[in-house]
Write a protein that binds this ligand. Sequence first.
Ligand code: ZN
Length: 192
Amino acid sequence: MTGRTHDLAGFTVLHYVLLAGSVPQMSIATAIGAIGANMIGSLAPDIDQPTGELWNKIPAGSILGRLITPILGSHRMISHSLVGIVITGYLLRWLLAILSHTIIVDMSVIWWTFMIGFVSHITFDTFTKEGVTLFFPIPIKIGFPPLAFFRIQTGGIVEKTILYPLLMLSNGYLVYANYTAYLPLLQKITHQ
Ligand SMILES: [Zn+2]
């Protein structure tokens, strides 16, 4: 699945969680950071591709990408697995704890929004023909539906003309069905 679709899919899941869950009070900086963390999390599993979109977004990314990707194995291995989710969760918690000394944002919100993007990426990749090695190191590709024939081609016509518009519509529907919920949500953002 392309980075563009992953970004939108991660945001759509976050949008749903925001409306369904209980959102804590947060600063403007935390709210902005949360949206950024969700976008990065939505692209992060593809750091195992030197051409991954995340690498294009950071300085010297293409060089870093070529250094790091061989460590993670071939595409869609550990970074697209349950083990990968747990390791990423721990590493991120550790990294955010260090950053919290210099950056004043609610790191638990940042952690959750990143992980929502990360898990949504892996979930959406299961709908593609390649599938994912969800139970890495067991080298079995998992996909849904189980028959690859019914799954979609990354960057193909179904992704562009059906899935992407469907995700846009889902966001539109969420706004339409919950429009009274947004003001209380915005009031959770405090000016500090
Ligand atoms: Zn992927």
